[in-house]
Design a protein around this ligand. Structure first.
Ligand code: PLP
Length: 441
């Protein structure tokens, strides 16, 4: 079947030309190839971060910046927490890493899986650990298809995803991603993926009808679209699509790589929106970035065919699935989140951030402010122009606040969840100064 069934009016443009370098050309200085970067510029002008403390990071010259993005949405408990570093160091001296294949386990991996299962929306869930979010998404997509194979419905292979979605950059994640520039230039992506508009529940029903309910394996959905521009779902959207997917007998995969572990004020946004997902993906906030770790939570009915039937092996996993030291980092971080009331603070930040950012919508060059679900917001600029959003983000950095250009010409606001009320104001002031500087004649 066709790989992408697109409902009308895609908001994306493809690059109009391809740039070719002659083979004799001298490339810019610096060997590091940055992700998602215009390397012709970046190689000679990297912004080098050397230290972090609380909600701030410092550059090579010792200049301090308020981190308005928590790095890539993950530094939820802030920088420089020595109790995480100490616990990881102790673990590394004892056993830095051991794998989890077949019957191998480590105490931190066993403990972490139990802890995450106890926080999960569905009691009795099982936890498959990975090394990051893209691993988690590919694991979830394969699990959805493989589950149906195990229960005798192998024809269920279709995966539904949303425009503007970001599900990481592995094979399935790229194919399930809803931003055309991220899918461009690879030839055919994974088959049986259906993209639907991000905000229209009827489009999901139509897509299910179009392919046939009996062919649908799963819909994958960020409870709040993150990298695609911080787009909270419209009122009623999530319950409607959840129900449509349930009626089709398919699985609902909540991609909580950003929203999990506190960013939306609960352990999982799925709990907040009562989604009862069959599968949840997580990463980022689980370790707050102290070490890389991700994973998949499978509801008991999804895990059952693999746990109950002797001889069934899911031939899937990664060398660093549940890396031992990373599991220790997660255990300490989750303890800090609990002990320091970080979930409650994320709830408070929801209102504080929107109140502080709202006046920015009057600035020249700003269209509106989006957000209002946890510590997630976007300043939508008037032009859908990544270059302009990039230069506005640089001007904000000059003004002492780190933000980032996202899909659709918006600036990312996702600070560490430890931000104080004064720092919320500092964030809004820095963004204002940067936006004003970038629109000055
Ligand atoms: N899923 C979502 C919703 C994400 O936002 C991301 C990363 O930003 C990923 C998956 C991929 O995670 P990673 O970059 O850790 O591979």
């Amino acid at each position: 079947m066709t790989s992408v069934f697109r409902l009308p009016s895609s908001p994306f443009r493809l690059p109009s030309s391809v740039f070719r370098l002659p083979s004799s050309v001298r490339l810019p200085m610096g060997s590091l190839w940055h992700p998602f970067a215009p390397m012709a510029h970046v190689a000679e002008h990297p912004f080098v971060v050397v230290r972090g403390e609380g909600a701030y990071v410092f550059d090579e010259a010792g200049r301090r910046y308020l981190d308005g993005t928590a790095s890539l949405w993950y530094a939820n408990i802030g920088y420089g927490r020595s109790e995480v570093a100490d616990a990881v160091a102790r673990q590394m001296e004892t056993l830095h890493a051991y794998h989890l294949f077949v019957d191998f386990a480590t105490p931190p991996a066993l403990e972490l899986a139990d802890l995450i299962a106890s926080l999960a929306p569905l009691e009795g869930s099982k936890v498959f650990l990975t090394s990051g979010g893209s691993d988690a998404v590919d694991t979830a997509a394969k699990l959805a298809r493989r589950y149906f194979h195990e229960i005798g419905q192998p024809e269920r292979t279709v995966l539904i995803a949303r425009e503007w979605a970001y599900h990481g950059m592995h094979g399935f994640g790229t194919s399930l991603g809803g931003m055309e520039p991220n899918r461009f230039g690879y030839g055919p992506l994974i088959e049986d993926v259906v993209l639907v508009p991000h905000d229209d529940p009827e489009a999901v029903e139509k897509a299910i009808d179009h392919v046939g309910a009996e062919r649908v394996a799963a819909m994958i959905c960020e409870p709040v679209i993150g990298a695609g521009g911080v787009r909270p779902a419209p009122e009623g959207y999530l319950p409607s699509v959840r129900e449509a997917v349930r009626r089709a007998g398919a699985l609902f995969v909540a991609d909580e790589v950003i929203t999990g572990f506190g960013r939306c004020g609960d352990w999982f946004a799925s709990t907040r929106f009562d989604l009862e997902p069959d599968i949840i993906t997580f990463a980022k906030g689980v370790t707050a970035g102290y070490l890389p770790l991700g994973g998949v939570i499978a509801a008991p009915h999804i895990a059952a065919p693999f746990f109950e039937r002797p001889g069934v092996i899911w031939r899937h996993g990664y060398t660093y699935s549940g890396h031992t030291a990373a599991c220790v980092a997660a255990l300490v971080v989750l303890d800090i989140i609990e002990r320091e009331g970080i979930l409650e603070r994320a709830h408070e930040l929801e209102g504080e951030l929107m109140a502080a950012l709202a006046p920015l919508s009057d600035l020249e060059g700003v269209d509106h402010i989006r957000g209002g679900v946890g510590a997630l917001a976007a300043v939508q600029l008037t032009a859908d122009d990544p270059t302009r959003a990039g230069s506005t983000a640089s001007a904000c950095r000059e003004a002492g606040v780190i933000t980032r250009a996202m899909g659709g010409g918006a600036l990312q606001v996702s600070p560490p969840l430890i931000l104080t009320t004064e720092q919320v104001d500092e964030l809004a002031i820095g963004l204002r100064r940067g936006i004003e500087a970038s629109t000055a004649p």
